[in-house]
Design a protein around this ligand. Structure first.
Ligand code: 6PG
Length: 487
């Protein structure tokens, strides 16, 4: 018989997703440009329980082996390889068939491709898939966007293949156009933020609190039983326990402190700027990847300042370990709320710009399982948006606001302590600044407006009257101040 679905591109993600689909009872045809990957996948399907996977070396036979309307998921590197794969497959596809790009693609590429294939009568989806290798194999979080009709073709498949949580499968029809890719992109931006915040917690505990890797393991292991319960905290606990297989101690201490990246976090920050959405925690996490990359420069700088008598840790401070651990936990949690608030606001701004009508609560729900940012507290985010879909910011949801207030004392202590000893906590500090800015009805932006009007006649508004105003600041100052006025 014919296969229910097809998948092209059998690198790590593709192979695992294909096996997952087959395991859920959907016969699948698979294809890859280099034939060895096809054979490898078929071999794995046999080994992992005679799963219904059929491999093809010929793209035409591959396409013809799928039931109509044919749905083919492609999982190749974002960019040109996606275009090439579409071109290859669409030679054999027929009107009504559907292509689903499961990669980390730029949303505008998806919108462009959807238009191109539409001319041939093909449907198109851009589907974010999160969860790495494990997720792909046993249940990822999936973020499909594009033609609703195309989603309907694959709904029964993806709802079985996605991670399952208490309120359903971690997949939903996200929205039209490139909405699925956009949401996955922001997921990755939030992922960058979470990772940076966790790294800062580690740094404070290690560099200020003097925790050993064993204690760090214990700490994260305990944290994962409470409000911070999440995949990233869980794997962090594991990391501290892995010994170095090539020397003494734990492997984490031997890993080079230079972070790589593939680009989705950068796109998130670019989009935040485009849409005038403040996303400082996410932007900071991106900056820290850049700064981490300057390993050699940092080593030089460290020498320069040491020669001036400034050591990397400015002062040894006596801290109560348990108190520090509790404070850092609270600082991490409060900072995380700020970061998610930024990500959600970015999604909403894009949704408004594009008329996508995205449902933020539903997005938080499909992130509860399967994906890299999966966490217990996403259920609370879902509930916050269920309570009030128009919520301006997570920070002012009654429950989150209360939590922020309960943690702010500890948060300020951690940031102050870090500043005092010269250990940077940019993500936690900028999150705190975001919070402190957002909760103030009046900011010093009045002065910025006055300056703009002074030197550029940019005009300003007043707090007490409507209309826009311009003042001859210089003339008045000159008259009043004489020589004291600016020259
Ligand atoms: C996921 C991940 C995955 C990948 C990203 C981020 O959701 O499963 O986000 O897509 O890790 O590409 O990677 P970089 O850190 O390399 O940008």
């Amino acid at each position: 018989g014919l296969s229910r679905i097809g998948l092209a591109g059998l690198a790590v993600m593709g192979q695992n997703l294909a096996l997952n689909i087959a395991e859920k009872g959907f016969p699948i045809s698979v294809y890859n440009r280099s034939a060895s990957k096809v054979d490898e996948t078929v071999e794995r399907a046999k080994e992992e329980g005679n799963l219904p996977v059929r491999g093809f070396h010929d793209p035409c036979e591959f396409v013809k082996s799928i039931q109509k309307p044919r749905c083919i998921i492609i999982l190749v590197k974002a960019g040109a390889p996606v275009d090439q794969t579409i071109e290859l497959l669409s030679k054999y596809l027929e009107k009504g068939d559907c292509i689903i790009d499961g990669g980390n693609e730029w949303y505008e590429n998806t919108e462009r491709r959807a238009e191109t294939v539409k001319a041939k009568g093909l449907l198109y989806l851009g589907m974010g898939v999160s969860g790495g290798e494990e997720g792909a194999r046993h249940g990822p979080s999936m973020m499909p966007g594009g033609t609703l009709e195309a989603y309907k073709y694959i709904e029964e498949v993806v709802t079985k293949v996605a991670a399952q949580v208490n309120d359903g499968p971690c997949v939903t029809y996200v929205g039209p156009g490139g909405a699925g890719n956009f949401v996955k992109m922001v997921h990755n931006g939030i992922e960058y933020g979470d990772m940076e915040l966790i790294a800062e917690a580690y740094d404070v505990l290690k560099s200020v609190g003097g925790l050993t890797n064993k204690e760090l393991h214990e700490t994260f292991y305990e944290w994962n039983k409470g409000e911070l319960e999440s995949f990233l905290v869980e794997i962090t606990a594991d990391i501290f326990s892995v010994p170095d297989d090539k020397g003494e101690g734990e492997l984490v201490d031997k890993v080079l402190d230079k972070t790589g990246m593939k680009g989705t976090g950068k796109w998130t920050v670019q989009q935040a700027a485009e849409l005038s959405i403040a996303a400082p925690t996410i932007a900071t996490s991106l900056d820290l990847r850049y700064l981490s990359g300057l390993k050699e420069e940092r080593e030089e700088a460290s020498k320069v300042f040491k020669s001036l008598g400034v050591s990397e840790i400015l002062t040894e401070v006596k801290v109560d370990k348990q108190e520090l651990i509790d404070n850092v936990r609270k600082a991490l949690y409060a900072s995380k709320i700020c970061s998610y608030a930024q990500g959600m606001n970015l999604i909403r701004a894009k949704s408004i710009e594009k008329g996508w009508n995205l449902n933020l609560g539903e997005l938080a729900r499909i992130w509860k399982g399967g994906c890299i940012i999966r966490a217990k507290f996403l259920d609370r985010i879902k509930q916050a948006y269920d309570r009030n879909p128009k919520l301006a910011s997570l920070l002012i949801d009654p429950e989150f606001a209360k939590e922020m207030v309960e943690r702010q004392g500890a948060w300020r202590k951690v940031v102050s302590l870090a500043i005092e000893v010269g250990v940077s906590t940019p993500g936690m500090s900028t999150s705190l600044a975001y919070f402190d800015t957002y909760r103030r009805a009046r900011l010093p932006a009045n002065l910025v407006q006055a300056q703009r009007d002074y030197f550029g006649s940019h005009t300003y508004e007043r707090v007490d009257m409507k209309d826009s105003f311009h003042t001859e600041w210089y003339k008045i100052a000159k008259k009043l101040l004489g020589d004291r006025a600016a020259t």
